[in-house]
Design a protein around this ligand. Structure first.
Ligand code: URA
Length: 185
């Protein structure tokens, strides 16, 4: 298994797919490398690409508030994306780009060994939980695989577009807090 340094260096110099062409920075991941809970988004946007850190734009500010609402923050959790380089015009990452980048996410997951994995949005849930995952119908459900509990909630950017989804996202965050308590026993 790669060490964190080896993994991060490999990721920062990766040119396996076309997204490498347009990036300013690789957005590797941030947070606690011994976290019980890992959040996985889709891919960097403009601000993330500029800064090299996930979820630092408007959606990120909302994610911080969502974390804070259940007593979590960036020092307590780990945050990463399915793809580490910004897709042009913030389009969905292509299946082949996701495939190229998944080795990094898998390696991050293997090093952290979180108890809970939270998918932020459709793309992440399809890659991690099930390729037919429906965020509308299946968010908030829990799936256990090899001792790891997985769930998905709306992407914070979707909550910014549709405030009506916020109460459901709030329920999901409370369920994550409860699951964490349950697993800490
Ligand atoms: N959206 C994502 O999915 N990830 C980020 O890092 C920022 C916005």
């Amino acid at each position: 298994m790669l060490s964190w340094d080896e993994l991060e260096n490999a990721c920062l110099s990766c040119r396996r797919c076309g997204l490498a062409e347009g990036r300013t920075n690789v957005v590797f991941g941030v947070g606690n490398r011994e976290a019980d809970v890992m959040f996985v988004g889709e891919g960097p946007g403009y601000y993330e690409d500029q800064k090299g850190e996930p979820f630092v734009g408007r959606a990120g500010q909302l994610l911080d508030k969502m974390l804070e609402s259940v007593g979590l923050d960036r020092q307590k959790v780990y945050i990463a994306n399915v793809v580490k380089c910004r897709p042009p015009e913030n389009r969905d990452p292509l299946p082949e780009e996701q495939e190229c980048c998944l080795t990094f996410l898998r390696a991050q997951f293997a090093l952290i060994r979180p108890k809970i994995l939270v998918c932020l949005g459709r793309i992440s849930a399809k890659v991690i939980i099930d390729r037919n995952f429906s965020i509308t119908n299946e968010r908030g459900l829990w799936f256990e695989r090899k001792g790891v509990w997985m769930t998905a909630t709306f992407h914070p950017a979707a909550l910014l577009r549709d405030e009506g989804k916020k109460p459901l996202a709030w329920e999901d965050m409370k369920a994550i807090r409860s699951k964490l308590k349950e697993l800490a026993k």
